[in-house]
Design a protein around this ligand. Structure first.
Ligand SMILES: NC(=O)c1ccc[n+]([C@@H]2O[C@H](COP(=O)([O-])OP(=O)(O)OC[C@H]3O[C@@H](n4cnc5c(N)ncnc54)[C@H](O)[C@@H]3O)[C@@H](O)[C@H]2O)c1
Ligand SMILES: N[C@H](CO)Cc1c[nH]c[nH+]1
Ligand SMILES: [Zn+2]
Length: 429
C-alpha cells in the first residue's frame, strides 16, 4: 500500500526524498486568489457566492445567532461535554505554563530595556469543517489565545447543510463551553478573507490562526501581511521512526489515524527493519478495510506523499525524519525518549508505545495546531506565544546616554546616516 523508498547503503541526502502532497499550495493560491479579491471588494455578496459554490449553502447572514450557540451547548451529549471539558482542562494546564514573564535588563546604571509581552487585540480563529468536524480545534485555538489575554476572539467555521447552514453543533457547543460569542458560518478561503478584510458585521482581525485544508492554507499564505498569520497548518502528516521493537498493529493504526483526515494527508514510516515494513503493510490492509473512512485513507496512504522508508539504522532514520520535518513524529524504538530528545525538526514528538498522535489530537494537553509541509523546520505549533508580541521599552537617563553617545555617533557615521548621530549629540551640545 505504501510507496517504498530504500535508502539502505545509500549516501543520498534525505532532503526532498519524500514528496509532499501532489497539490502544491502555490497552485492553490492561484485558484483562490479571485475568491479573496472578490471578498475584499464585495464583502458579504462574494462570501455568499463562494459559500454556495463550495459548501452548497445559501447564507442569509454571516454571524451565528447567540441563541444557536446556547442551544448547541444545551443539547450537547453529556459524554462529549465531559470529554471536551477534560481536554480544555489539560490544554489550559499546559498552556498556562507557557506564559512569559516581563523581563527588565539593567544594561548599565541608568539604562534599561524591558521586554513587555502584549497580546494581539483581535484574533480570527479558523476551525475546519469539511471532511471532518473539529470541536477539539476550537479548544486548541481558543485556550492559548485566552491564556495570552487576547481581548476579542472570533471563530469562523464552515456552514453545514445538515445543521441548517450553521457550523457543526459540536463546534458551536465547544465555543459556548469556552465563552466565545462571536462565531461566523463561513469556511474555506472566503473565511480567511472575511477575517482579514472584514465584511458586514465582522470587523477585520489583526491575526488569523488555525488549521485547514489546502484552500485555507493557500488563503493564509496569500493574506500574510494583510493580517498576521500563524504557521501553515495544512493537510495532516504523521511520520513514525520505528525499529523492530515496535508493534506493527500500533504503527499501522497510527498511520491510518492521520490518513483519515484528508486524501492529501501524509503517513510515513521510517525504519531499519524490513520485517516491520512487511508486518505494517499486512496490518494496513487488514485495518484499512475495517475502518469507516477507508476510501480517503487508502487515497492518502497510496498517494506520493506517503511511504515506507528503509534506512541502515536509527541514526540514519533520524536524519530522514529531521529532513522531512513532519507535523507529528512518533518514536517507537528502544530508548524512545533519548531518540525523541535528539529530534531537531518536528511539530510535536510522541514518545513510545503509549503516546499516540491521537492522544495529542485531543487530550494530552499539547496543542494539535502544528506546522505542516516542512514548516516545522522554522515554525512552532500554536501556543500562548503565538498571540503575544514582545515590545521593548527602552529607558536611558542623561548620564547613561552621554556615556554611550560616542559609539552611537561612530556607528551612525559608518552607515552614512549622520543625522542619527546628531540626534544624540544635539542633546549634549
Ligand atoms: N495541521 C493541523 O494542525 C491540523 C489540525 C486539524 C486539521 N487539519 C487539517 O485540516 C484540514 C481540514 O480540511 P476539511 O476539508 O475537513 O475542512 P476545511 O474547513 O479546511 O475546508 C472546507 C472548506 O473548503 C472549501 N472548499 C472545498 N472545496 C473547495 C475548492 N475546490 N476550492 C476552494 N475551496 C474549497 C469550502 O468552502 C469549505 O468550507 C485537513 O486537511 C486536516 O488534515 C490540520
Ligand atoms: N491531527 C490533526 C492535526 O494535528 C488534529 C485533529 C483534530 N481532530 C483530530 N485530529
Ligand atoms: Zn488527527
Amino acid at each position: 500500500m505504501l510507496n517504498r523508498i530504500d535508502l539502505r547503503g545509500s549516501a543520498t541526502d534525505p532532503r526532498g526524498l519524500l514528496p509532499r502532497a501532489q497539490l502544491d499550495v502555490s497552485v492553490a493560491v492561484d485558484k483562490i486568489r479571485p475568491v479573496v479579491e472578490a471578498v475584499r471588494e464585495h464583502g458579504f455578496a462574494a462570501i455568499r457566492e463562494a459559500t454556495e459554490r463550495f459548501d452548497g449553502v445559501r447564507l442569509e447572514r454571516l454571524r451565528v445567532p447567540a441563541e444557536a450557540i446556547a442551544a448547541a451547548a444545551d443539547t450537547l451529549d453529556p459524554e462529549v461535554r465531559a470529554a471536551l471539558t477534560e481536554a480544555i482542562t489539560r490544554v489550559r494546564k499546559v498552556h498556562a505554563d507557557q506564559r512569559r514573564a516581563e523581563v527588565t535588563t539593567q544594561v548599565v546604571p541608568g539604562g534599561s530595556v524591558t521586554e513587555r509581552w502584549v497580546p494581539v487585540s483581535r484574533v480570527g480563529l479558523y476551525v475546519p469543517g469539511g471532511l471532518a468536524m473539529y470541536p477539539s480545534t476550537v479548544v486548541m485555538n481558543v485556550v492559548p489565545a485566552q491564556v495570552a489575554g487576547v481581548d476579542s476572539l472570533v471563530i469562523a467555521s464552515p456552514p453545514q447543510v445538515d445543521n441548517g447552514g450553521l457550523p457543526d453543533a459540536r463546534v458551536l457547543a465547544a465555543c459556548a463551553l469556552l465563552g466565545v460569542e462571536e462565531v461566523y458560518a463561513v469556511g474555506g478561503a472566503q473565511a480567511i478573507a472575511m477575517l482579514a478584510y472584514g465584511a458586514e458585521e465582522c470587523r477585520p482581525v489583526d491575526m488569523v490562526t488555525g488549521p485547514g485544508n489546502i484552500w485555507v492554507t493557500a488563503a493564509k499564505r496569500l493574506l500574510r501581511g494583510v493580517v498576521g498569520i500563524d504557521a501553515e497548518a495544512g493537510p495532516t502528516e504523521i511520520a513514525i521512526l520505528a525499529d523492530d521493537t515496535a508493534d506493527p498493529v500500533h504503527v499501522a493504526a497510527d498511520l491510518i489515524s492521520q490518513a483519515e483526515h484528508d486524501p492529501l494527508a501524509a503517513s510515513v514510516l521510517v525504519t531499519p527493519s524490513q520485517a516491520l515494513v512487511e508486518a505494517v503493510e499486512r496490518e494496513l490492509t487488514r485495518q484499512v478495510a475495517a475502518t469507516k473512512h477507508s476510501a480517503r485513507i487508502t487515497e492518502a496512504l497510496t498517494g506520493p506523499q506517503s511511504g515506507a522508508v528503509l534506512v541502515d539504522d536509527l541514526a540514519a532514520g533520524l536524519r530522514v525524519v529531521d529532513a522531512y520535518a513532519a507535523e507529528h513524529l512518533e518514536i517507537q524504538t528502544v530508548d524512545a525518549r533519548e531518540w525523541a530528545m535528539r529530534v531537531r525538526n518536528a511539530g510535536a514528538v510522541f514518545v513510545g508505545a503509549y503516546s499516540p498522535v491521537s492522544l495529542g489530537d485531543y487530550c494530552a494537553g499539547s496543542n494539535h495546531v502544528l506546522p505542516t509541509g516542512g514548516c516545522a523546520r522554522h515554525s512552532s505549533g500554536l501556543s500562548v506565544q503565538t498571540f503575544l508580541r514582545g515590545i521593548h521599552i527602552v529607558d536611558y537617563d542623561e548620564a547613561a546616554l552621554r556615556d554611550v553617545a560616542g559609539h552611537v555617533v561612530t556607528l551612525a557615521n559608518v552607515e552614512d546616516l549622520p543625522a542619527h548621530g546628531e540626534a544624540v549629540s544635539v542633546r549634549f551640545a
